[in-house]
Design a protein around this ligand. Structure first.
Ligand SMILES: CC(C)(COP(=O)(O)OP(=O)(O)OC[C@H]1O[C@@H](n2cnc3c(N)ncnc32)[C@H](O)[C@@H]1OP(=O)(O)O)[C@@H](O)C(=O)NCCC(=O)NCCS
Length: 313
């Protein structure tokens, strides 16, 4: 089951109001915060931590009937940058114990909104334990591995699409640009986008039911702005977001060439865009051999953002 949560500064206004480290951070997290000098980075990092902690708190209550305070949940980062969640025994000071939770956690932030996802992740990938040494920055993903991403929908330069997209993705964006300029041309979009392969593996949607009550306020806040979205901007944004989600599930981020991953979307407007829908993730041959397994991609709208989740099982 995939758990996810969206939060904005409205959910934690103290991030904007005060320079004092919030009480919901443990001492180790406060030390990390102290190292962040740029205001925007501090605010984004705090909103990501807040969202991840709330999500983990909710997950523990739901699955283990445990109710730790937010400052007893530690959100750390491995040397490759990928986040993890741990129980913190003590106050998170030097010498205290951190018990890593068996979950794959992912964090993303954009324009004052943070989106986090997690999935239980018990099974070491083949060779995972023998390959990983404590001194190495390379920590191959245990499975399932989840990556999530939130992106603001905005125009992308043609040079951006040429530099980062695969041929098939470029053609898809080009086709949408010519066939239907705006998203409110939904019937035309439906037929145009049907040309794009849409055989994403089925069966994951049951994992992505929104937690009852948990995201309700976000849903209400997000119900605006849809008619103004140009279809090619939406498609380019969701392709880019899907790539970033997959790159995070691989724990690589933009160290990898984004043209080695293709994200293929089916009938974007065939169903309500505020519901999770699948997309296909294809890796080039070498990457597929390095990250074997089955990929699932999921996307939806949230106001003027797109959300994507990529899972490698
Ligand atoms: C992962 C990456 C693509 C995300 O970039 P982005 O779209 O600008 O930012 P997002 O808000 O969507 O995601 C940021 C989050 O990705 C996560 N992240 C960073 N590196 C990651 C990795 N290798 N694997 C998975 N997740 C990663 C972090 O949790 C980060 O948020 P935080 O630093 O506040 O905890 C980008 O940061 C990247 O390529 N990082 C790897 C390369 C690199 O230089 N890393 C520095 C290592 S310290």
């Amino acid at each position: 089951m995939i758990h996810w949560l969206i939060q904005s500064f409205d959910d934690c206004p103290e991030i904007l109001r005060s320079d004092v480290p919030p009480a919901w951070l443990g001492p180790a997290e406060r030390r990390r915060l102290a190292g962040l000098r740029v205001d925007k980075r501090r605010r984004d990092w705090l909103l990501g931590r807040w969202t991840a902690k709330k999500l983990v708190q909710h997950y523990l209550a739901e699955t283990r009937d445990e109710r730790p305070a937010l400052n007893e949940i530690y959100i750390g980062a491995d040397p490759d940058g990928a986040p993890y969640a741990a129980h913190c025994e003590g106050e998170g000071g030097w010498g205290d114990l951190f018990e890593r939770l068996p979950v794959s956690l992912s964090i993303s932030h954009s324009h004052g909104v943070a989106f986090c996802g997690l999935i239980e992740s018990f099974r070491p990938r083949d060779g995972c334990l023998s390959l990983f040494s404590r001194s190495s920055a390379f920590r191959p993903p245990c499975l399932p591995s989840l990556g999530c991403d939130i992106e603001f929908i905005e125009p992308r330069e043609p040079s951006f699409v040429r530099s980062f997209f695969t041929e098939v993705e470029m053609r898809a964006v080009e086709q949408v640009r010519h066939v239907l300029p705006h998203l409110d041309a939904a019937p035309a979009m439906r037929s145009a986008l049907k040309c794009i392969p849409a055989d994403a593996p089925a069966g994951f949607s049951r994992f992505l039911q929104p937690d009852v009550n948990f995201n309700r306020r976000g849903e209400a806040n997000a119900a605006y702005g849809i008619a103004a979205i140009a279809a090619d901007d939406l498609l380019a944004t969701v392709i880019w977001s899907g790539k970033e989600a997959a790159l995070k599930a691989m724990r690589e981020g933009l160290r990898l060439d984004t043209q080695r991953i293709a994200c293929l979307f089916g009938a974007l407007a065939a169903e309500p865009m505020q519901e999770w829908k699948p997309f296909r993730i294809d890796l080039d041959k070498q990457l597929a051999a390095r990250f074997p397994g089955v990929w699932s991609g999921w996307w939806r709208l949230h106001g003027n953002h797109v959300l994507t989740v990529a899972v490698l099982v």
